[in-house]
Write a protein that binds this ligand. Sequence first.
Ligand SMILES: Nc1ncnc2c1ncn2[C@@H]1O[C@H](COP(=O)(O)OP(=O)(O)O)[C@@H](O)[C@H]1O
Ligand SMILES: [Mg+2]
Length: 474
Amino acid sequence: MKHPASLTTRLTLLFVLVSSAVLIGLAWVLHAAVERHFVEMDRGILQSKVAVLERLLARPPAQEELPALQQSVDEMFRSDPGLQLFVETTGGSVLLSSAETAFPVERIRALGEGATPSVFSWEAGQSRYRGLVKRIEPELTGMDPLIVTAAINIDHHERFMDRYSRTLSVFIPIATLLSGLLGWWAARRGLSPLRLIQERAAAVTASQLSQRLPEDSVPRELTGLAHELNCMLDRLEEAFRRLSNFSSDLAHEMRTPVSNLLTQTQVVLSRSRSSREYQEVLASSAEELDRLSRMISDMLFLAKTDNGMSTPSTQELRLHEEIADLFEFYDALAEEEGITLSSSGKAVVRGNRLMLRRAFSNLLSNAIRHAEQGGDVVVSIDENTSTVSVCVENTGDRIPPEELPRIFDRFYRAEGARTRHQNSTGGLGLGLAITRAIVRAHGGDIRGSSSGGTTRFLVTLPRILNSPQQSLDT
Ligand SMILES: Nc1ncnc2c1ncn2[C@@H]1O[C@H](COP(=O)(O)OP(=O)(O)O)[C@@H](O)[C@H]1O
Ligand SMILES: [Mg+2]
């Protein structure tokens, strides 16, 4: 794939393009203005000359007046060396014509038809001339009208315009080049915050995920980008942290049972034993291995749920029926401890049946395990405007307030709980972590509280909007 041109190149080219267009436009406008100015200037001069001629020729000169006329005309020529005169009657007899230039007689006659004086220009030999043609009606009747033409050499104007064009043709490329350089410099300077972001981004590694891009010190156009990149880094850091905690938790939790198994096996193997002894050791190994395998599958489940690869299929669930089913399951255990199970309320939510069952099963088993002999476990279901809440509470063990924030952590077991229930079916400390992951995967949340001899876990789940009320009653 072809690499697109760099931003600096694009901006520089744009600069060059715009500045050359502006310069050429400006040169053109100035050129036109100067030329118009010259025409106006020439017209002024020619008009004054024609006015003099007009006065002189107001009536046909008598024979004795001719020398005086000749003198006046000579003076005009002298005072303005570039001046040319041409006077003829409409009949076509030439009265006066400067020798220096060839007048375009046809054109002068055509222009002389018009009532208003007209300015025009022509080329003769190596020179250019500008002339003013005016028709003079005689004062006496019976005389032919005169066509008077005054012209001046405009070579000096042409030379000026030539010089002007030459200067511009040198100046415009140089100015364009300079503005290109300026554009390049400005673009590089303007884009330097991008390089800053690039440098910072380059410094982000797995071990330095806490690096963030400078949101305050980049221009406003880039703050959005920097912010989004920072949010991405936040998410990555969080996922990375979870992943590394996860693997270190797992390694930590597996090390002890595995090394126990190893030692135990080595001790047994150190000399020959009776088959009874082997049986005992194998049975205890099986128990330990069972625990390990449960832990591994729990951790895998937790990993999937935590990383959003969960809620495979969802359906509408009547929570009260699910709770009743779970009560049936835990009935025997509760009865053994003399614990009363009771529930109230109804609600329907959308979710994955197996996962939600697992979540509530964890809460119930905790509640039954931690309730005192003859205590109560109460589940109450409530519907609010946008949520459904399920409260699982039990009387008995209190969770110390300082431990409350940590009970949802993986492998967290309270000290008391660890010692009191030290059978192998006892908790791994993953139950609440799994419960929270499931509830969060369903868009809900869970909070725990413990006071006055009652421990309460409150699960909130999103309510199905427009859920038909009768579906609860049928
Ligand atoms: N209903 C409860 N009453 C008192 N403590 C509880 C209750 N539920 C959970 N806990 C505390 O939270 C800890 C973590 O619970 P959990 O994650 O289910 O792990 P486990 O049950 O495997 O010990 C338990 O060890 C216990 O100390
Ligand atoms: Mg538990």
